[in-house]
Ligand binder design. Structure first.
Ligand SMILES: Cc1cc2nc3c(=O)[nH]c(=O)nc-3n(C[C@H](O)[C@H](O)[C@H](O)COP(=O)(O)OP(=O)(O)OC[C@H]3O[C@@H](n4cnc5c(N)ncnc54)[C@H](O)[C@@H]3O)c2cc1C
Length: 412
């Protein structure tokens, strides 16, 4: 794949039209955090049938899983999982991400955490009953999800320093702990809460378990949105758990014996999240480049458009190089998914590292190209630069991506 095909371009244009009508005129309200992004995202889903497609795909998946489980129960060999689900084209997910990120990357953060992280972690390790209970409404955004691993004292060292606990209490568990920087935390209906099973043993040896919580459960408090540098259309908050009582039906997989203590499930989630960041970066870069070209043609200094100055041309050329590279990474990802080939953890990390850095550099250079106007909110590159920065921090910092890549390269 080296360019979008006609069908993809049609979808892109239709999504653009929706964004121009429903989001651009109200971007100030979303960016000031006055209006949570969920209703407009639901409208986007309904307009493009993304909700019914997600529902249908989920139904097919569950039918397959039931057939496989019945076969196993009868002592037969289960049917092989289809490598590529019929009709699924990952570009149909990537295009809305790219287009939304041209205007309001925070919306993608809110949407991605709900559908991507929260729904996916239940859908990959949950029982069929758990999937049916929580996943469909998350996939359609009827319900909003949050995925909570980070704590005040545990970020990059997510498992090592984790303090959140689950303690057995008869057939149930009592959950305690604090989570921070949780996307959708203030408004989430469904929360995946990652913690350690406290059996009185050494914290380093405790199993990692994930539970599904519903808003309003006794002992669960969701904070107001935190003030932050950018991504203002994505509400971020804290969660406080004080003896939240849950049954085994809320323990993802309904077993404490998750392979590798639950760490592998979180790692799969990290890999998926990392590849999504490249599409976000592509949106930011494309918008900054378009705005910069326009400004370079129209802003006149020393009697000529600034685009005539070589120093400005160099900035534009570098932005175009970044755009091409990140676009190629996105194309490669789409082709790999279509071929049923998974990205390795190191590949996903490399993709995230490069794209996040490129988006931040391009957006800051766009601010520079716009001069004083670039520093003013009215000229939009200011917002995109603030938004882009977090791509280097969440979903694993740049430093964590480098460590993941190097570990893979140096593996014996
Ligand atoms: C807007 C936003 C939304 C978020 N959403 C979510 C969410 O939905 N759910 C969730 O669970 N979390 C979320 N996070 C948390 C995010 O994943 C963490 O902030 C991130 O993983 C970094 O952790 P930290 O902030 O504790 O930084 P730290 O881990 O304390 O890192 C501080 C600095 O030290 C560096 N560092 C750490 N370890 C090493 C090392 N071994 N070698 C070299 N350098 C190192 C880091 O790279 C960084 O530069 C969000 C964060 C933000 C800002």
């Amino acid at each position: 794949m080296f360019r979008w095909n006609d069908e993809q371009l049609m979808v892109r244009d239709a999504v653009r039209q929706f964004i121009d009508k429903e989001i651009r005129p109200h971007v100030e309200e979303f960016e000031h955090g006055d209006t949570p992004p969920y209703d407009v995202l639901r409208k986007l889903f309904a307009t493009f049938g993304m909700d019914s497609m997600a529902r249908d795909r989920f139904k097919r998946q569950i039918e397959f899983e039931r057939t496989a489980a019945d076969a196993v129960a009868r002592g037969e060999t289960p049917p092989e999982k289809p490598k590529r689900e019929g009709g699924f084209d990952p570009s149909m997910q990537m295009i809305p991400i790219i287009e939304l990120c041209r205007v309001s990357p925070g919306m993608v953060t809110a949407m991605g955490v709900s559908m991507g992280l929260t729904a996916a972690s239940i859908n990959s390790k949950g029982t069929i009953a758990q999937k049916e209970r929580w996943v469909p409404e998350l996939l359609t955004l009827e319900k909003i999800g949050a995925w909570a691993i980070t704590e005040p004292d545990s970020g990059s060292d997510a498992f090592g320093s984790m303090r959140a606990t689950a303690r057995r209490d008869g057939d149930e568990y009592l959950l305690n702990g604090q989570k921070t920087f949780i996307t959708n935390g203030p408004y989430a209906d469904t929360i995946v809460y990652i913690c350690k099973l406290d059996e009185g043993n050494d914290p380093a040896e405790r199993k990692i378990l994930s539970f599904v919580l519903d808003a309003g459960m006794e002992g669960l408090e969701q904070s107001k949105p935190l003030r932050k540098m950018g991504m203002h259309s994505s509400p971020t908050g804290m969660l406080f758990l004080n003896d939240v009582r849950v049954g085994r039906d809320r323990l993802i997989g309904e077993t404490e014996d998750v392979p590798a203590g639950g760490r592998s499930g979180a790692k799969d989630t990290f890999a998926m999240e990392r590849s999504g960041v490249a599409a976000m970066a592509l949106g930011v870069i494309s918008e900054c480049l378009d705005l910069s070209i326009d400004y370079a043609k129209n802003r006149v200094q020393f009697g000529q458009p600034i685009g005539q100055f070589q120093l400005i041309q160099e900035k534009l050329a570098r932005m175009e190089v970044a755009r091409l590279n990140v676009e190629n990474l996105v194309f490669r990802y789409i082709e790999m998914v279509q071929a049923g080939v998974s990205l390795s953890f190191a590949e996903a990390s490399a993709m995230k590292l490069y794209s996040a850095r490129a988006a931040t550099e391009v957006a800051l250079e766009a601010v520079q190209l716009f001069g004083g106007n670039g520093y003013m909110a009215e000229y939009r590159v200011e917002q995109l630069a603030r938004d882009a920065k977090v791509l280097q921090i969440y979903a694993g910092t740049d430093e964590q991506q480098i460590i993941a890549i190097a570990k893979d390269l140096l593996r014996e």
